[in-house]
Design a protein around this ligand. Structure first.
Ligand code: G3P
Ligand code: MG
Length: 244
């Protein structure tokens, strides 16, 4: 079984995370999937940014939820990484889906609603996935189990995933109980037992964030379903070497 390579926030080592250049680069590198993070703007637009605050990845300060989308898109979300990317804008989920619609890519939309439980976020995201007809190649993930359950109420069939970095006893059973089809775990939680438990329950197992060669090799050896990486080119190259 081939372990899929998902670009984590796009090809985020070389281009500013969660922006169009990072997604485009990941696509050109041959990533099979893209992972991105969603927050809601003041006017309720799903936007792609990892943190609740704009401070780390833009030239401004404050919470994402205190800016309208029009205000957010005027920020510079590229210079923090490299001057080459000066004035790269924050984009909306809708802009991302317009771009992704025509490409053969698996999508992982991570709802960043474990710190701020944004009102109606699930429905807003779901409506966009339907509008651009990508529901059947999208997994919705969240660190917030309540949000997974809400999504299941909107659409019983959509693939959801619980995210965790915590060692929780009975994790695989708990995830299945939420109705999630996948478990997304931090690398330090990976072992052959969790791989086996997921396989027994026909649950997908995906691992984040895999940037080192040693970690890539372990994921390929254990045949996990997918890895999330900031360096998809390196992960694809290592997978090719591993297969030989
Ligand atoms: O979805 C996998 C991974 O992105 C979860 O953690 O903090 O990088 O969004 P984080
Ligand atoms: Mg994420």
């Amino acid at each position: 079984m081939k372990t899929l390579v998902y670009a984590h926030r796009g090809a985020s080592k070389l281009a500013p995370e969660n922006t169009m250049p990072a997604f485009q680069l990941a696509y050109e590198m041959g990533a099979e999937g893209i992972e991105t993070d969603v927050q809601l703007s003041k006017d309720g637009i799903p936007v792609l940014i990892h943190d609740e605050s704009v401070r780390r990845t833009t030239n401004a300060v404050g919470f994402v939820q205190d800016y309208t989308f029009e205000q957010l898109r005027k920020l510079d979300a590229g210079s923090w990484l490299s001057e080459k990317y000066e004035n790269t804008p924050i984009i909306s989920l809708e802009e991302f889906l317009i771009w992704a619609q025509s490409k053969q890519l698996q999508l992982n939309i991570e709802l960043k609603n474990n710190v701020i439980d944004y009102e109606n976020m699930e429905k807003k995201v779901y409506d966009l996935l339907c509008k651009y007809k990508v529901v059947n190649r999208t997994t919705i993930s969240s660190f917030n189990p309540v949000s997974i359950e809400r999504f299941k109420q909107i659409d019983r069939k959509i693939a959801t995933a619980l995210l965790t970095s915590q060692r929780i006893s009975g994790l695989v059973n708990y995830t299945a109980g939420l109705g999630a089809k996948a478990l997304h775990i931090k690398y330090r939680l990976l072992n052959s037992k969790v791989v086996e438990q997921c396989r027994d329950r026909e649950m997908k197992l995906r691992i984040y964030t895999i940037n080192r060669i040693g970690a890539m090799k372990k994921c390929y050896q254990l045949q996990v379903d997918a890895i999330f990486t900031d360096v998809p080119d390196k992960a694809i190259e290592q997978r090719r070497l591993f297969e030989q």
